[in-house]
Structures are given as structure tokens and as C-alpha cells.
Design a protein around this ligand. Structure first.
Ligand SMILES: [Zn+2]
Length: 367
């Protein structure tokens, strides 16, 4: 299960969650209506509109997830946030053509929904002029849903990370160049667009300022994440495997761990007994453990048992994603159930730094 999120169902073994912050939007809709002097009916209608719209967002995310599944890439879950949905794909496909298909599948779903609604409204003679789009909750409910789907698709196709359009652009660039270079260029284009939006927005529509800021902030974070992932393409856990490391026994005291932390380069430890991994202890747990139990407590009291297990042939991209999403700085590497070493965040960062430096030498300016 997911922290702070409500499980609402699953399809094709992909679980769908609603993050608790999503309900803020629903509450806000009701408040807006009450403030405008509307009653419960309008409030419920407004909330219903948002719920249907977010159902379309879920379908959009399933577009990405099911297309990825076609290429053998599983999706952990789909979670709805107030700003939209997120499908947690284990990784993006390496082949540009496949990434293009995965990125386009989301917006394509919204165009299909809009198309179906268009036909439905046309047949029932309920199509309204474009100028009616502004009144989102008034007028024709399904007409508004249709318009919102078109807006959703077009907005997502803006060629900037973290939008799908950023991935489309990167995939297109990657047909002719190295993926890391393509990522850096795509991120640049996104940031340039963001600044242009903010600038234009001041003179035209203030919404553009908002969108621009959102893209600018998102593009920075996504660039770090995306360029790290593309730098790791082609590597496996074996490439950064550390065979020389300190193992702790579950019964050892925190005091000894403190000494190890101070006297070695190691920032985290695998706890194992008889070559069986029992847990992982990083600085965070150690500090927390010391304040709660004191330094005579055994390691087994504070180690994390929900550790990530890495196989030697696991793609490094996947290792990176797993460590990041579970908030670990290291993981044991098991080959046929045997502990053969560890991988850590430091090893991953080194690969990323080296690859980025080489990409820059090849004619890309500093990032
Ligand atoms: Zn999308």
C-alpha cells in the first residue's frame, strides 16, 4: 500500500491510488460555489466535473502504462494528485521509437475521449461554440469534458519536461544522437519555453505565467532525474558492485556502527547473518535509533527490513529508481540468493557525473 493514498482499484495488475491532497481540490470546489452564493446542487455538479475529468486523467495514465507494458515495462502504480496523475513506470524504454509511443499514448487517449464525445454531442445536436469553454461548470457538462480533454492533451504535449511533450521531443532528438545529449537539449528547450511563457503571460493571459513557472520548476528537477537515468543506460548493477564492504551482525551495537561510520568511507551497512540479509542500516536509521534507544541497542532494533534487493544483472536505471523511490542509499546484491556485494548511491552518482562530463566535452555547454 502507499502512504497517504487511498487505493481505489486496479486494472491489468496496475493499482490506482488517490493521494490525500486530491480531496483538497474537491473541498475547494465546494467552497468556491458556496462563496458565489450557489447551493449544494452546483457544488456537487462542480465536484462531479472534477471527478469525471480526473477519471480521464487516469485513462491518460493507463495509456502510458499499457503502452509501456507492451514493451515489457511494468508500472508500479498510478496515483492522482491535485495537479494531475502520475504513472510510476519502472523505467522508460531505451529505444527512441518505443519511448515516443509511450509518451504519445497518454495524450492520444484524451484525443480519443474528446473525439468520442464530439461525435456523441454532434449526433445529439449539442455542440456549442468554442467561446463557451470558459464556463467550466455551467452549460453542457459533456461539452465541457470534451473541451477539457483537448486542453489536457495539448497542454501535455508542450515540449518541456515534466510534460509528455518533453519526452516526445527527447525521443525525436534521440533518433539522431545520444540519449543523454537529447535529454539535456530537451530540458533546455523546455526551460526556454517556460521563460517565454512567463514573459508572454505578463502581456496576455496571466495563466501563462503560472504555467511557465510550473514548467520552469519542473524542468529543473526533471532534468536532473532524466539525465541521470539516461546516463545510466546500458549499465547494470554489476558495473558498480562493491565487493569490499562491512557487514554487520544483527546483534552488534549501534556504538560499533557509529565507530564504523567515523572510521570508514561507508555511509550505510548491510546487516546479515549466515549470508542471509536481515536488513539495511543507513545513517538516517542510525541517528534516529541512537536518539530513541541509545548506543547499546542492537542493530536489529533500528535496521530497515523493507530493503531493496538488487540482482547483479539488474539495469542500473532500475536500481536508481528503486533506491530513490524507497529512500535508500544502498542495497544488497544477491546472486541466486547469495549475498555477493552491495551497490550504493555514490557509485551511481559517479557513473552519472562521468557520463555527463563526457557529454559536455562533446559540445554541450554546462548544465
Ligand atoms: Zn502523460
Amino acid at each position: 500500500m502507499k502512504k497517504g493514498a487511498l487505493f481505489i482499484g486496479s486494472y491489468s495488475s496496475i493499482k490506482v491510488f488517490i493521494h490525500w491532497t486530491f480531496w483538497i481540490i474537491i473541498g475547494w470546489i465546494f467552497m468556491m460555489h458556496f462563496q458565489m452564493g450557489h447551493g449544494w446542487t452546483e457544488g456537487i455538479q462542480g465536484a462531479l466535473f472534477i471527478l469525471v475529468l480526473f477519471a480521464c486523467v487516469v485513462l491518460h495514465e493507463f495509456g502510458h502504462a499499457l503502452m509501456a507494458k507492451k514493451y515489457g515495462i511494468p508500472t508500479r502504480d498510478i496515483t492522482l494528485y491535485p495537479i494531475g496523475g502520475v504513472a510510476s513506470l519502472n523505467k522508460m524504454p531505451d529505444k527512441p521509437a518505443q519511448e515516443l509511443a509511450v509518451a504519445l499514448a497518454g495524450p492520444a487517449v484524451n484525443f480519443v475521449i474528446a473525439g468520442v464525445l464530439y461525435i456523441f454531442l454532434y449526433v445529439n445536436d449539442q455542440l456549442l461554440p468554442i467561446s463557451e469553454i470558459d464556463h467550466m461548470t455551467g452549460g453542457n457538462f459533456w461539452f465541457n469534458i470534451m473541451a477539457a480533454n483537448v486542453i489536457l492533451a495539448v497542454f501535455n504535449l508542450i515540449p518541456a519536461f515534466p510534460m509528455d511533450g518533453g519526452r516526445v521531443l527527447r525521443a525525436l532528438l534521440a533518433f539522431t544522437m545520444d540519449k543523454l545529449k537529447a535529454t539535456i537539449i530537451a530540458a533546455r528547450v523546455g526551460q526556454f519555453l517556460a521563460i517565454a511563457f512567463v514573459f508572454l503571460g505578463f502581456f496576455t493571459n496571466f495563466w501563462l505565467v503560472f504555467i511557465g513557472l510550473f514548467i520552469y520548476l519542473g524542468a529543473g528537477a526533471e532534468e536532473v532525474h532524466e539525465s541521470a537515468k539516461s546516463a545510466l543506460t546500458g549499465y547494470t548493477a554489476r558495473d558498480i558492485l562493491i565487493r569490499q564492504y562491512t557487514r554487520l551482525l544483527p546483534g552488534e551495537t549501534l556504538e560499533r556502527t557509529v565507530q564504523l561510520l567515523q572510521n570508514t568511507q561507508e555511509q550505510g551497512f548491510v546487516v546479515a547473518e549466515n549470508n542471509q540479509v536481515q536488513g539495511v542500516l543507513t545513517r538516517n536509521e542510525l541517528i534516529k535509533g541512537l536518539s530513541v534507544y541509545g548506543n547499546t541497542s542492537p542493530v536489529s532494533n533500528v535496521m530497515r527490513k523493507d530493503f531493496v534487493i538488487v540482482a547483479p544483472d539488474m539495469p542500473l536505471q532500475e536500481v536508481y529508481e528503486k533506491l530513490l523511490s524507497n529512500n535508500f542509499s544502498l542495497a544488497p546484491v544477491l546472486d541466486d540468493g547469495q549475498l555477493i556485494g552491495i551497490v550504493n548511491a555514490k557509485g551511481i552518482n559517479e557513473v552519472v557525473m562521468v557520463k555527463k562530463a563526457l557529454a559536455q566535452k562533446d559540445g554541450i555547454a554546462k548544465t
